[in-house]
Design a protein around this ligand. Sequence first.
Ligand code: GLN
Ligand code: ZN
Length: 762
Amino acid sequence: MTTKPAAAATLYGYPRQGRNRELKKAVEGYWKGRVGADALHATAADLRAATWRALADAGLDEVPTGDFSYYDHVLDTSVMVGAVPARHAGVDDPLERYFAMARGTQDAPPLEMTKWFDTNYHYLVPELGPDTVFTAHPAKQLTELGEALALGLTARPVLLGPVTYLLLAKPAPGTDAGFQPLTLLDRLLPVYAQILAELRAAGAGWVQLDEPALVQDRTPAELNAAARAYRDLGALADRPQLLVTTYFDRPGEALPVLAEAPVEGIALDFTRPGTLDDLAAVGGLPGKRLVAGVVDGRNVWVNDLSKSLSLLGTLLGLADRVDVAASCSLLHVPLDTAAERDVDPQILRWLAFARQKTAEVVTLARGLSRGVDTIAAALAANHADLASRAASPITRDPEVRARAAAVTGADTRRAQPYHERTVAQRALLGLPALPTTTIGSFPQTPELRTARADLRAGRISHAGYEERIAAEIREVIAFQEKAGLDVLVHGEPERDDMVQYFAEQLTGYLSTRHGWVQSYGTRYVRPPILAGDVSRPEPMTVRWTSYAQSLTSRPVKGMLTGPVTMLAWSFVRDDQPLATTARQVALALRDEVNDLESSGSSIIQVDEPALRETLPLRSADRADYLAWATAAFRLATSGVRPETQIHTHMCYAEFGDVVQAIDDLDADVISLEAARSHMRVARELAAHAYPREAGPGVYDIHSPRVPTPEETTTLLRTALASIPATRLWANPDCGLKTRGWPETRASLENLVTAARRVRAEL
Ligand code: GLN
Ligand code: ZN
């Protein structure tokens, strides 16, 4: 008789919001003064207890604690180690202080917010300086551990690891910009040591330390810091057993460091290529607990259970004990497919959200512990679901596939090179120097939102809704003409979201009703799901664009979302390479671009704000990504005549590392965010001898502030130092949909005034 090893099922974190987004309602209610602090705390405790009970009922052996958050777990970590910026420290009440750091107060701006690795979750960036003093505040961790233990569960507190915490931080305002927060490691470790000791005393057998930053390219000094951190924490006498987790990519050169560290457990992301090779290369983890992240925490597809079991079988030979988990916290997926009543039940079976992924982890752990025959029924059902997905006409549309296979290099190249096209475009458009334009959207007014809600609820007819959109377009065009803008837009009033709007009109995309995922704080998004082959049954934007063009003799830009962004802000397929999906989306967009041209658009903008954010975490993978990403953009935009001007737009201030890729898009004009960074992008473009027309933003649309004509003039003059007047455009940083009309009007009028002033000086 063979005895199977006992494998535990566990997770690193779970969606925080609750079934009906109770957390969002409670936190926002607290902000508005409608919910008291006690009621907020009680709601949160109920949500945590409900989650733990559900996880335990599902068969999870070890539940995570401390992953819950009122706003963000990196912010929680800053509070835990006492890293409160001086400008917020004066707020006495701890909860008020916490939200002051997250959202700012009248006189103290919040912490900066940025993306959590390559996800769409945003964290609050710790601000640290040479004077930072760390102190231990483990109350939140202790409370949540206590709650789970009181339910009779085996609980494992989850902490952001000290190395990742420091690597995610930035120099505090007023500190030398070259200050490296990692130099504070020796000061931070004693605080972690104290927190670990308190968690141990409170009953934690294991504590998890998340170190996802270690999967990125790291310098030898940074790897040394990680080695020192875990040597020191491992050497503590009074501590729980330590599980160090990495995820979002293969561990690479960090794995030898962790393998040597005196910690008891290591968790790795096996959904990424290369992780198994990295593990084999260090000779496995003898004497350690390996937690194998085999269920993908970043997508929404059912796991291939047989494949995972065979991988887990291989891992058994490489560690002392193998446990099963999702690859990362389930924070990044929606809660439960059972809430989706509108999705075809057959397709629903292909999907796994957090609740279904938990069941998969449990099934795999049981199969590994007790043998495959104990999970035979689950395996059979899983086989059937995977087979139904693979054979479905939704995932394989022969026409789409034939068309994608027939794409040639010529399809991704415009008929003439940029320097010839630009001559033809100038002749056709006859624009002045420093042409003025906007990025696409105009204010999404409460009236527009109401109209959309009324349409959904059946309170107004489709025709009634369309008349409201048409009226909005008339107003947007009239304003732009009056303000004197040179290249107009229709204002995007018919779009609530730049990806969702297209996803709803393309085949292959699914929308969910309740598939909420936390983006930041109380903001949740419902990313569409790219489930099948993509095609465009009918034109998507031609009608409103032509209508807008019919109202004016000035050019109105057609406005589309690019293929990379259509992927980046959706859940993508896991059954084919991203490049394949991108090509299908690009072909659908190409039809739209060509139709816009045929219906009279002489300028078409294809937005790619996500081009840089999906850049792979490791530099070795970037060339490949940029090659297919730029090819997809060119495939979408190369079917037009030379005199048709293709614009693109991106919104981030730092992009020195992708200037070459931006050039490879072969767009004629690019607009970029630049106002807050004093035109840094303009200098970066010049440094890379970027040869095309560009509009570095001269109006910061993130704030209701109206820039004066003088400020805008100064920014345009600064831009002129890097970009010649023949190639410079004047535009805002990004779309105006989050702005109100009064400041939009004033700011754009000032922008036109400034452009005219600078033009006159040429
Ligand atoms: N055209 C879009 C808009 O103006 C672009 C949005 C974006 O870059 N995020 O809203
Ligand atoms: Zn933008």
